[in-house]
Design a protein around this ligand. Structure first.
Ligand code: B12
Length: 215
């Protein structure tokens, strides 16, 4: 009965991610794989733990350090499962997102959280880093044929760069590439003015992008 312990192990894996229990994650995953649970199922369980933590952070039921520990635990687990995913059928087409912090701004903690949340939600994420000139967002979007461009900014001067980035993306790639924004100096009002989508946090970003790409 190879799957006898399956559901139990998967819920233990989920709990280990939520509780940030990095000491137990390796053994749990190895046991699950030994029991014959598909790598994709294990990976999806790891990801669901992180998404749950993102939701808890968004609802103020958890704090940022707890999410960071969950991410770290996820990364340990993913490093075991990911090589196995490549050898099994995993051919689904991933939505592509370019993400970066706009020119003049070097803050990256929030951007990196959003990046990880997209990765665990099955997106192909291309991180262009911090202090990113508008043209670089556009070049990367052309290179990978991006569905979405995500711009982060936390400082006031970043808003000028953000506007320039939105204008350039619109001019070069039209309306087909959706733009999402987030960070301390952004707001729903700004997003309305620019015709883009504001996300208050990483969890909100996943919800909004999922509904944007359905449109
Ligand atoms: C940590 C921090 C720093 C660190 C950054 C370390 C790093 N590697 O990022 C250091 C010390 C280096 C730093 C430097 C500076 N900082 Co600073 N910093 C902060 C601080 C305290 C926290 C930011 C943070 O990481 N928050 C935690 C993350 C998880 O939250 P978050 O960034 O909001 O991200 C979430 C959402 O906003 C959203 N999100 C964010 N980005 C994106 C992107 C997309 C696409 C989406 C969908 C969503 C999204 O999702 C995220 C996850 O849930 C803020 C205060 C604040 N309230 O934001 C000041 C703050 C942003 N900093 C500020 C300033 C002024 C600076 C400096 C200019 C200071 C100086 N004089 O040198 C420099 C920046 C220089 C530059 N050119 O960029 C000001 C900006 C004010 C303003 N209106 O301009 C703030 C607001 C502090 C303040 N109250 O004055 N800073």
């Amino acid at each position: 009965m190879p799957f006898e312990n399956g559901p139990g192990l998967l819920s233990e894996i989920r709990a280990a991610i939520i509780n940030g229990n990095s000491a137990s994650i390796v053994a749990l995953i190895n046991n699950a794989l030994k029991e014959g649970i598909a790598p994709k199922e294990v990976f999806d369980t790891l990801a669901s733990g992180v998404i749950t933590m993102g939701e808890k952070l968004s609802n103020k039921e958890a704090f940022l350090p707890e999410l960071v520990v969950s991410f770290e635990t996820f990364k340990i687990g993913a490093s075991i499962v990911e090589p196995k995913l490549k050898t099994t059928s995993f051919n689904e087409i991933k939505r592509k997102i370019v993400i970066g912090t706009v020119e003049g701004d070097i803050h990256n903690i929030g951007k990196n959280l959003v990046k990880t949340m997209f990765e665990v939600s099955g997106f192909e994420v291309h991180d262009v880093g911090v202090d990113v000139p508008p043209q670089k967002f556009v070049d990367k979007a052309f290179e990978i044929d991006a569905d979405i461009i995500g711009c982060s900014t936390l400082v006031s001067p970043g808003l000028i760069a953000l506007r320039k980035t939105v204008e350039l993306v619109r001019r070069m790639r039209g309306e087909n590439t959706k733009i999402i924004i987030g960070g301390y100096t952004t707001s729903q009002a700004l997003a309305n003015e620019l015709g883009v989508t504001y996300c208050k946090d990483a969890y909100d970003a996943i919800l909004k992008v999922n509904s944007l790409i359905k449109k």
